[in-house]
Ligand binder design. Structure first.
Ligand code: ATP
Length: 407
């Protein structure tokens, strides 16, 4: 994000006079494409082909390939500094790749031979801090991306989209009078009004408080769907990515390490790093003997891990089902059909109230260390209570010590 903010600040200092509009102002937050509404009547595909970005000795992107289908919403998820913003900047044209290519609708927009400037790419940009122009009215902010239309038409278009986001009545006011959520909507309207074929959003909800975030995510998604804009959304938050993305692309250290639907990534994370992102897990190491690990929940395969090496059994905190000591069947969630679940004896060692759920530390028969479990708070769990513990082995994951999934 830092780089993007810097680019914005450089290009759009908040000065008293409205910025002039030379072609290089493409990096503007409003700078979606300075075209009229017909500009992006069709959704476009967006493709990264082995994209690299080097800063001196450092590789921010180490060969990223990703194909996004027309109208698809993909969330780019990963820890700070992994290269998310850099990839977004390269898609927009603010930045050039050191190697590799970017294609929009199969047309190369960045590559060894070709570089299409941002204003000719039909991309819309939206940033974390919204970057509204304080000296322009809200209507003028929105109409900023329609500069090539006759004034009346631009005004009409801007009012229509302002009405769509429920802010028509603020048209003649200034951004300072708006709440964070309202500013987010204006920024969204401004980026969407030229109907860009591709929307690029860098942590668009991180400036909002939690309650507002939920509703803004829904509103934003419905607007993206209506316009069929192909969208790439950068986020730090797995839950946000799961809510918004048709697919999620997980990055680490300049590489794309996993791409899939939320369900794919949750059920088949492929790497411990990805599993940790999508749920709170217990990690229990075991030595591998004859290709399996022997655990209290059963014998589980650990293919690819050498004899005597360590494999890590991962049990989701929400995958541990607690019941009364004499219960042999789990409450609540059903174990998978072909599972070999059996109840184990356990004792509650600690309970933390987390609202709807309780976070429990439970000593479980056969495990050397206590396991953390998340259970419905309504059950009234008490420290010291005897419980039955059911863990479905079919829902457990096994990783090699280097973090790759073994089955
Ligand atoms: P965050 O989530 O914190 O915004 P990010 O995943 O978006 O992080 P990037 O901003 O893309 O990460 O940065 C990736 C790497 O490239 C970082 O190590 C960053 O310091 C480096 N980097 C980014 N822009 C530049 C630049 N202009 N010059 C030098 N290094 C840069």
């Amino acid at each position: 994000m830092k780089g993007l903010r810097a680019a914005l600040t450089f290009r759009f200092p908040f000065r008293a006079k409205p910025p002039r509009l030379p072609s290089e102002t493409h990096a503007s937050p409003a700078a979606s494409v300075p075209r009229g509404r017909a500009a992006a009547a069709f959704a476009a595909s967006l493709t990264f082909d082995a994209v690299e970005r080097r800063y001196g000795q450092d590789m921010a992107l180490k060969g990223v390939s990703l194909a996004i289908a027309p109208g698809e919403v993909v969330c780019l998820l990963g820890p700070s500094g992994c290269g998310k913003t850099t990839l977004l900047r390269i898609a927009s044209g603010i930045e050039k790749p050191s190697r590799g290519r970017v294609l929009i609708n199969d047309r190369e927009v960045a590559g060894p031979e070709r570089f299409v400037p941002p204003e000719e790419r039909s991309v819309g940009l939206m940033f974390q801090d919204f970057a509204l122009f304080p000296h322009l009215t809200i209507l003028e902010n929105v109409a900023f991306g329609l500069r090539q239309l006759p004034k009346d038409e631009a005004r009409r278009e801007a009012l229509t989209i302002l009405a769509r986001v429920g802010l028509e009545r603020y048209a003649d006011g200034y951004p300072q009078v708006l709440s964070g959520g309202q500013q987010q909507r204006v920024a969204l309207a401004r980026a969407m009004v030229p109907r860009p074929a591709v929307m690029l959003m860098d942590e668009p909800f991180s400036g909002l408080d939690v309650q507002l975030r939920d509703s803004m995510q829904e509103e934003t998604l419905s607007l993206l769907r209506e316009t069929r804009a192909t969208s790439l959304i950068v986020t730090h938050h797995p839950e946000e990515a799961m809510r918004l993305g048709d697919r999620i692309a997980v990055m680490r250290d300049g590489l794309l390490i996993k791409v899939g639907t939320a369900e794919d990534l949750y059920r088949h994370p492929g790497e411990l790093f990805v599993a940790r992102m999508f749920s709170e897990i217990n990690e229990v190491p075991y030595k591998v003997a004859k290709g399996v690990i022997s655990t209290p929940i059963g014998t589980l395969p650990a293919p690819g891990v050498a004899q005597g090496e360590t494999a890590v059994l991962c049990i989701r905190e929400r995958g541990i089902v607690l019941g009364m000591p004499d219960e042999t069947k789990p409450r609540g969630s059903k174990p998978s059909d072909n599972s070999q679940t059996r109840a184990m004896a356990g004792r509650v060692l600690d309970v933390k109230f987390l609202g709807d759920v309780a976070l429990l530390e439970v000593g479980v028969q056969g495990f050397d260390r206590p396991l953390r479990a998340r259970a419905r708070e309504l059950e009234g769990w008490r420290r010291g209570a005897e419980v039955s513990v059911v863990i479905d082995p079919a829902r457990a994951l096994v990783f090699s010590a280097n973090g790759s999934e073994t089955r």
